[in-house]
Design a protein around this ligand. Structure first.
Ligand code: FES
Length: 163
């Protein structure tokens, strides 16, 4: 297991351990523990998964199986602002792939990886239910942009740079 001497890191694990002890013997505790771990750390690293397996006394493969089965669990850190680009059929036909390419260029990252300053990450999603506005980009949970062109990407990102 990688070294965990950073104080903040240890405190976070202490918080997780407290939670694990409180639910350890309940049915469905693995999912609940993983949810809590993701809330605490932002994502589920291999180290965190290993820790959960040890504390619950179950094989790592069982933890990994659950983490990869549910798409709300993430094994990579995400940016503060998550930019979701719809790659559903309607959006794709209207040029979502070009929008995505421009985003990657502007932020200098690939899909599902955070920018160096941790502010942004880009994620591909399926139909967001707004096909008439294709191509569609969603920033965070609420900021919705429709009929987006690659040239508008810079302006959209700018809005979140200072936040
Ligand atoms: S395909 Fe993108 S919103 Fe439906």
């Amino acid at each position: 297991m990688p070294s965990t001497n950073c104080a903040g890191h240890e405190e976070l694990y202490a918080e997780l351990n407290g939670y694990i002890d409180s639910v350890k013997n309940q049915p469905g505790s693995l999912i609940n523990v993983l949810h809590r771990a993701q809330e605490i750390f932002g994502y589920l690293s291999e180290e965190t998964q290993q820790h959960v397996a040890e504390k619950l006394d179950i094989p790592l493969s069982q933890v990994y199986g659950v983490v990869t089965f549910y798409n709300f669990f993430s094994t990579k850190p995400k940016g503060k602002h998550q930019i979701k680009v719809c790659l559903g059929t309607a959006c794709y036909v209207k040029g979502a792939d070009r929008v995505l390419e421009r985003l990657k260029e502007e932020l200098g990252v690939d899909l599902d990886e955070p920018t160096q300053d941790g502010k942004f990450s880009i994620h591909a999603v399926r139909c967001l239910g707004a096909c008439s506005m294709a191509p569609v980009v969603l920033v965070g949970e609420r900021d919705f942009y429709g009929k987006v062109t690659p040239d508008e990407i810079g302006k959209i990102i700018e809005k979140y740079k200072e936040e």
